[in-house]
Each structure stands twice: as C-alpha cells, then as structure tokens.
Design a protein around this ligand. Structure first.
Ligand code: PDD
Length: 290
C-alpha cells in the first residue's frame, strides 16, 4: 500500500520526498484542519463531487478558506491520478490545515492554509465484504460537531484501537445507548425489511456512501428510516451493516460477542452491496460472484 511518488501540495505537484512542513504547523499542533478520503476504482475516483462538496462544508464550518474553487480542486485531484498513471484500486487522502504559524490558539493573521493530497493502492477486502466483520460497542465521547470531517480524531482512534484489541474490525459508538455511527464509518440496522440509521444531524459524519445507501434503498423499494436505534435493538436485529469509502457496504455479523443473523450477511445487505458494485463500476472482483 505504498504512496505514489507524485503528490499535490497547495496547487503544485511534487515528489513525495520533497514535501516538508515546519514543526509549528496548525494541523500538527492543534489538529486545526479538515480532511477527506476518496475511494479509487480502476484508476477513477468514486463520488468525487460529494467528497469535494463535503470538504468545502467542513472547511467553511471551521472558518478555513480554501485557496481554490471546487472545480479547480477537482481538476487538480484528477491531474494527480494522471501524473502517477494510477490504474488500480486505491484511495486518496486530502488534508487542509489552517497553515504554518508560531504556536498560538487564536487564528494566525495573513497565513494561508496548507493543502496536500496523495494517493495509494488500496485493494478491496473481499474476505470481509463476503463473510462480514465483528464489532464492539463503545461510548461516543466525541464533540457536538461530528458532521465536520476534522483532523481531531483522538476519540475515534481510541475506539478503533479498543476494537482491534478485542479482535474486532470496528467500534460502534453510542450516546446513552443510542447508536450514532462507528469510529470511521456509518452504521445501519435492518429489522422487518426496513433500514434504520441515525439521522444526518451534527452528531454524525454525513457519509458519502451513506447518501448512496439511501439512494440504493429507494431504488430497491426498501424503506430507509432516519431514526436512531439502540444497543439493545442490535440484539434483535435481522441484519447490521456499516458503510464508508474504505469499507464500502460491510456486513456486521457480531457485536460484543453476540451473533447477528446466525453469523451470516443478510439479504438486504447483499442487495445493497450489489447496487454499490454496479454504481462504482466494479466489474471483475465482485462480492456477489464469490
Ligand atoms: N472515514 N463516519 C466517520 C466517523 C468517518 O470517519 C467516515 C469515513 C464515515 C463514512 O464516510 P464516507 O462514506 O464519506 O467515507 C462515517 C474515512 C474513510 C476515514 O477517516 O478514513
């Protein structure tokens, strides 16, 4: 999963080894910035407009002014694929911070943001997508503005680490028993043919794949209800799945050691995975073909 040699820094392309940042950088010292992760299939971005729109929304929410217009950024990101002759499945990481300045909590004056982006190979995890994954539940200890894709990920990092230490793939976060999302993905419960998920309020990240899940559900005539479910509801769930740019639509078959749907990915989850593969134009390595 090595990083491709050419990266984007501000609006220029350069070799990854020539990128340097000073130690007084606001992303490093305060987590004062926002980011995006965009999936790449066969050398093409999936949902690039949705991600670019969300980056601008996040930047606006924390009062960082991006140095380019949306269209300009999109075309720079497309050039980044070309410059690296990227043709495989991968992902892009894009970060914008408030810039480099002497350490002081208040915003620096006359300092522009630091922007960089790089791409790397990232094969689909067909085993997990086919068999499903195990999860644990954790208290959601994050702040009120989780709709902002901020660099401040310490609670997410701790939750994900707890999942790993318990042999699990993800941590399902809850506030007083009501499930919000996961440490780095959105989550959904299926009961009696209906999909339930936390509403897109300030308490969760409005996932780009989540928007697609809603659309696929509409296309498939499956009711999609934005209503929070509880950790107790999980015990009686027919199906559970999560979504993100890196996890796609991922079946969840175990929560805190309890088995969901006899340990098998559910029918609706499979239908959504098929819709995803066709939307993302994934042709060769499909879950349904396994
Ligand atoms: N995470 N919720 C959280 C907290 C996330 O960090 C993510 C994405 C999502 C799903 O968003 P999307 O469908 O737009 O990828 C939901 C990325 C992949 C990450 O931080 O690596």
């Amino acid at each position: 999963m090595s990083v491709y040699p050419i990266l984007l820094s501000q609006s220029k392309f350069m070799h990854r080894d020539s990128l340097t940042y000073p130690y007084e950088e606001r992303g490093l010292q305060f987590g004062d910035g926002v980011y995006e992760v965009i999936r790449i299939y066969n050398g093409n971005y999936y949902l690039i407009d949705e991600h670019v729109n969300r980056l601008f929304r996040s930047a606006d929410a924390v009062k960082i002014e991006l140095p380019f217009a949306k269209q300009e950024l999109t075309s720079l990101l497309l050039d980044l694929l070309d410059k690296n002759t990227m043709t495989t499945d991968g992902k892009l990481y894009l970060q914008v911070t408030r810039g480099s300045a002497p350490r002081d909590h208040v915003f620096p004056e006359n300092v522009g943001p630091n922007v960089y982006a790089y791409i790397q190979d990232f094969p689909r995890n067909l085993e997990n997508l086919t068999d499903g994954v195990s999860t644990i539940t954790q208290r959601d200890t994050r702040w009120e503005n989780c709709y902002i894709k901020s660099l401040n990920l310490l609670p997410n990092v701790l939750a994900k680490q707890a999942a790993k230490e318990n042999g699990c793939y993800e941590a399902i976060l809850h506030q007083d028993g009501l499930v919000t999302e996961c440490s780095s993905s959105n989550i959904y419960l299926v009961k009696d043919g209906t999909i339930y998920t936390h509403p897109a309020t300030k308490s969760i990240l409005h996932g780009c794949v989540r928007m697609r899940v809603e659309k696929f559900a509409g296309d498939l005539n499956i009711p999609f209800v934005e209503e929070p479910f509880s950790t107790d509801d999980i015990k009686d769930a027919d199906e559970l799945f999560l979504s993100s740019s890196t996890s796609e639509i991922m079946p969840v078959v175990k929560v805190d050691g309890s088995i969901i749907n006899n340990g098998n990915p559910g029918k609706i989850t499979r239908q959504l995975q098929e819709a995803y593969e066709s939307d993302a134009k994934i042709v060769n390595n499909s879950v349904s073909a396994r």
